[in-house]
Design a protein around this ligand. Structure first.
Ligand SMILES: Cc1cc2nc3c(=O)[nH]c(=O)nc-3n(C[C@H](O)[C@H](O)[C@H](O)COP(=O)(O)O)c2cc1C
Length: 418
C-alpha cells in the first residue's frame, strides 16, 4: 500500500483502531493474492480502499438494499466499523487484441479478488455485502458504475470498477476461518506447470471433489479423461491452436509480454521468460527461439506453416496428459460481466484445491480465444454453456520443476486508497 495509508482520520477511536488493523490485514492479503494466475501474467487487477467520507458514502450507496447480499445484521449485534473495497480492472494492463481476452481479464481479476477475500476472511475480515458491476460478458465495464455522478475525486480514470465489497471484523469468524499460513503456502506452491505430467489416470473421487456440485453458481466443471476424448482434444489443439499464433495483433500482444532477460522480468514484475514457457534452453536455442517468435518472423513464417508446427508441439504436450479440465458458464444467457468475475473465483478455488492435492495445471487458451474453434470445441465435447477455461491437469513427471517461477509486481502496486 502506498504512503497515503495515513489518509483521513476518523473521529471514533474504535474506527481508527479498526482502520489500522485492516491496513495490516489488507497488506497481508494482498501479498497472497498477488500470487494469483493471470493471462500472460499481465496482472490486470486493482483494488481501492474507500477511506474518505465521500468515497465511503459512495461505495456504501453502491451496496444499498435490495442489492445487498449476505446475512443482515441482527438487532442485538454490536455494529462493527465496516470497510469498503472496490475491485477494478486496470485498463492500462488489460489484454485487448481479441474480444475473448476480455473474458480472461475478468477471470484473472476474479481469481485475484477471490484469493484476496479468502485471505482477508482468514484474518477475520469477512465480506457481508458484495455487489458486482452490471453489463454483458464481452462489454467493457461501464464507466459510471458504481458512482452516481462523478464518483470519488481521486478515482483513477484508467480503472473500471467490477465489484464493491463491505467487510467487517469478527473475532468469532477469525477463529473459525481457514488457516492463513496454509492458504499462503498453497497460493505460493501454485504455478502453471507446462512440463510433462505423469500419464497415470487421476483418481475418480479426486476429480469428483474438484468438480464440486454440478453446476455450482452457474459454472460447470468437466474433466475429459477417456482415451478417446483426450486424443480428440489433442487433435483439436493441433488443428486449431495455430490460428492464435498466426493472428497478427494477438501474437504482437503476446510477444510484448515475453521477457528476454531475467533482469527485465524482475524489473517489470510481469509477463514470462522463455525459460518459463519452454523450460531450460541452451544459449543458441534461446537466440533461435527469440528470432523465430518475433512478430515479423512469425508473419513471414506463417506462410510456411510455422503456426501449425507450434500448434502440433502444443498438442504433443497435451496428448499424454491424464485429464483435461473444461470450465463453462451455464447460468445467465447471454453471460454477464458478473459471471466472468465469478468464473475467476471458481478457477482460483479449483486451482488452489488441486495444488493442495499435489496436482498441477497448464491452461491451453489458444483454442478458446476465437469464436469459431471455441464453438466447435463446445459441440465436439458436449460442453454446457460457454467454455471459458481449458487446462491440462495432472501430477508433475519430475518432482522439482526445471521451469523457473513467474514474476510479480510488488503486492502494493495493485492497491490504492480513494
Ligand atoms: C485465464 C487464464 C488463461 C491462461 N492461459 C494460458 C495459456 O493459454 N497458456 C499458458 O501457458 N498459460 C496460460 N495461463 C497461465 C498464465 O500464463 C500464468 O498464470 C502466469 O504466467 C503466471 O504464472 P503462474 O501461474 O506460474 O504463477 C493462463 C492463466 C489464466 C488465469
Amino acid at each position: 500500500m502506498t504512503a497515503d495509508r495515513t489518509g483521513p482520520s476518523t473521529t471514533a477511536a474504535r474506527g481508527v483502531a479498526a482502520e489500522a488493523d485492516f491496513a495490516t490485514a489488507l497488506d497481508v492479503a494482498a501479498a497472497i493474492a498477488a500470487l494469483s494466475p493471470s493471462s500472460h501474467n499481465c496482472q490486470p487487477w486493482a483494488v481501492a480502499w474507500a477511506r474518505t467520507t465521500a468515497a465511503r458514502a459512495a461505495t456504501a450507496r453502491a451496496l444499498a438494499p435490495p442489492a445487498l447480499t449476505g446475512p443482515a445484521a441482527s438487532p442485538t449485534e454490536v455494529p462493527v466499523h465496516p470497510v469498503h473495497l472496490v475491485l477494478a480492472l486496470d485498463n492500462r494492463r488489460r489484454l485487448r487484441a481479441l474480444p475473448a481476452l476480455h473474458v480472461e481479464m475478468l477471470v484473472s481479476c476474479g481469481a485475484y479478488w477471490r484469493l484476496l477475500l479468502r485471505a482477508l476472511a482468514a484474518q477475520g475480515w469477512g465480506a457481508d455485502g458484495l455487489r458486482l458491476a452490471p453489463g454483458g460478458l464481452l462489454e467493457p465495464p461501464g464507466e459510471a458504475w458504481p458512482w452516481p455522478g462523478p464518483g470519488p475525486a481521486n478515482w483513477p480514470r484508467s480503472l473500471a470498477p467490477l465489484c464493491v465489497a463491505r467487510l467487517r471484523y469478527d473475532a468469532g469468524d477469525a477463529a473459525r476461518a481457514e488457516d492463513l499460513p496454509a492458504l499462503r503456502a498453497t497460493a505460493g506452491a501454485r504455478r502453471t506447470h507446462r512440463a510433462p505430467y505423469r500419464p497415470e489416470p487421476l483418481a475418480p473421487d479426486l476429480l469428483e471433489r474438484l468438480e464440486g456440485e454440478r453446476p455450482a453458481g452457474g459454472i460447470a466443471v468437466r474433466h475429459l479423461t477417456t482415451d478417446a476424448d483426450r486424443a480428440a482434444l489433442a487433435d483439436f489443439v493441433a488443428r486449431h491452436a495455430g490460428r492464435d499464433f498466426s493472428h497478427g495483433p494477438a501474437w504482437r500482444e503476446t510477444h510484448s509480454y515475453l521477457r528476454f532477460s531475467e533482469a527485465d522480468a524482475v524489473a517489470r514484475g510481469d509477463g514470462f521468460t522463455l525459460g518459463e514457457l519452454f523450460g531450460p534452453l541452451s544459449w543458441p536455442h534461446e537466440r533461435a527461439l527469440r528470432s523465430a517468435l518475433a512478430p515479423a518472423t512469425m508473419r513471414a513464417l506463417r506462410h510456411v506453416g510455422y503456426p501449425r508446427l507450434l500448434a502440433r508441439q502444443l498438442a504433443a504436450v497435451v496428448r499424454p496428459t491424464p485429464a483435461l479440465t473444461v470450465m463453462s458458464l451455464t447460468g445467465t444467457r447471454p453471460p454477464t460481466l458478473a459471471d466472468g468475475v465469478r468464473a475467476g473465483a471458481r478457477v482460483a478455488d479449483y486451482w488452489l484445491y488441486a495444488t493442495g492435492e499435489g496436482l498441477v495445471l497448464h491452461p491451453i487458451s489458444a483454442v478458446l480465444q476465437h469464436e469459431a474453434p471455441r464453438r466447435l470445441l463446445e459441440d465436439r465435447f458436449r460442453i454446457k454453456g460457454r467454455a471459458f477455461f481449458l487446462s491440462r491437469i495432472g501430477r508433475p513427471a519430475t518432482e522439482f520443476p526445471a521451469f523457473p517461477r513467474s514474476h510479480r509486481r510488488s503486492a502494493g502496486a495493485a492497491l490504492r486508497t480513494i
